[in-house]
Design a protein around this ligand. Structure first.
Ligand code: HMG
Ligand code: MG
Length: 312
């Protein structure tokens, strides 16, 4: 019998990782309602937005306004992504208590994503950590391209382990391992996690799978068997990265929670509220959810609407 955790902490990244990649401008009120619905559904963490350069990611230029509108619930953490000290200062001015920093296991991806190599990004992160420590702010770290890079191809798990260790040493309380372009398959995912867990305690690692090739749930299962108990996901399967062309959304939160609850793994999340949040954002974006559960719910809804119009 393989080892599976009894409970999993799901980190919802849809409002940030998802909405950063939308071609259309999503109204600020819609973003706020999405975050509030996710909090109300019992998500333990909702990454709200990012304080990156609005020239690079105009989709999230309203970060201050979104934070000003959110109904912060006790029991839910609301981290935001920051790339540099300027981003941290903007974030702190809104009163956030947690930020997330990001780098990559690929030099070329980092250059495209943040206009800096890995070493320079770690120098920027060290400055953020220093300032965050002064004001007692928690910092989560991301490593991108852990299973493949759009510019460099395969990534050696040893590079992932080395960069993750650096983030841990700088003071990140947790490192999220990002399969940014959904390149991974289960055995490679497990190997990467095991290699990284030799450098960073497994309890301080999270996994973050994009579902570009439909492998995300299988990859997650392989990592659960290794004992990981923190998983990032995106409601309605929203997302991608503007600097990783062709990358699609993260594993859909509702599909992930369905799988976890089906295996008796607790999350504390209300599946109905989560599904409603998925249908809400999909309707606001004018398209069906890409999650399997969202698709089923949308089909049922359409059937009920058709029945009503026939009866009427
Ligand atoms: P740069 O152009 O090299 O920076 O960008 P700069 O310092 O030269 O600044 C250029 C301009 O941006 C200046 O304005 C700055 O003030 C401004 P100007 O003088 O020209 O008017 N600026 C800012 N404005 C507001 N907030 C800021 C900020 N910083 C600079 N924080 C920079 C460097 C890092 C800023 C840029 O490359 C950037 O913002 N990149 C972010 C890209 C991004 O958000 N990518 C997606 C997130 S990562 C991801 O999705 C992966 C993840 O999900 C995990 C996974 O899936 O693997 C986390
Ligand atoms: Mg991502």
């Amino acid at each position: 019998m393989s080892y599976l955790p009894k409970s999993v902490r799901v980190v919802e990244v849809g409002p940030r990782d998802g909405l950063q990649n939308e071609a259309q401008q999503v109204p600020t009120e819609v973003k706020i309602e999405l975050v509030d619905r996710l909090g109300a559904a019992g998500l333990p963490a909702v990454e709200v937005t990012s304080f990156v350069s609005p020239k690079w990611v105009p989709q999230l230029a309203d970060a201050e306004a979104v934070l000003a509108g959110v109904d912060f619930r006790p029991g839910t953490d609301y981290p935001v992504l920051v790339p540099n000290l300027q981003g941290l200062e903007r974030a702190l001015a809104t009163g956030v208590r947690e930020v997330a920093v990001f780098t990559a296991a690929s030099e070329s991806f980092n250059q495209r994503n943040i206009n800096a190599g890995i070493e320079e990004s770690l120098t920027r992160i060290a400055a953020i950590m220093h300032a965050a420590r002064d004001v007692d702010i928690k910092v989560r770290g991301y490593v991108s391209c852990v299973l493949g890079c759009p510019y460099e191809g395969d990534i050696d798990p040893a590079r992932v382990a080395a960069v993750s260790r650096r983030l841990l040493d700088l003071g990140c309380y947790e490192i999220s391992l990002g399969d940014t372009i959904g390149a991974g398959t289960p055995l490679a995912a497990r190997r990467m996690l095991e290699t990284t867990a030799a450098a960073v305690p497994l309890e301080q690692l999270a996994v973050h799978f994009h579902d570009t090739r439909g492998q995300a749930l299988a990859n997650i299962f392989a990592c659960l068997e290794t004992g990981v108990a923190t998983i990032d996901a995106s409601v309605a399967g929203l997302g991608g990265c503007p600097y990783a062309s062709g990358a699609t959304g993260n594993v859909a939160t509702e599909d992930l929670v369905h799988m976890l609850h089906g295996m008796g793994i607790e999350t504390g999340i209300d599946q109905r509220g989560l599904l409603e949040a998925s249908l809400f954002i999909s309707e606001a974006l004018g398209r069906p959810p890409t999650s399997r559960l969202g698709m089923i719910a949308a089909l049922h809804q359409k059937g009920r609407d058709d029945d009503k119009s026939e009866a009427g």
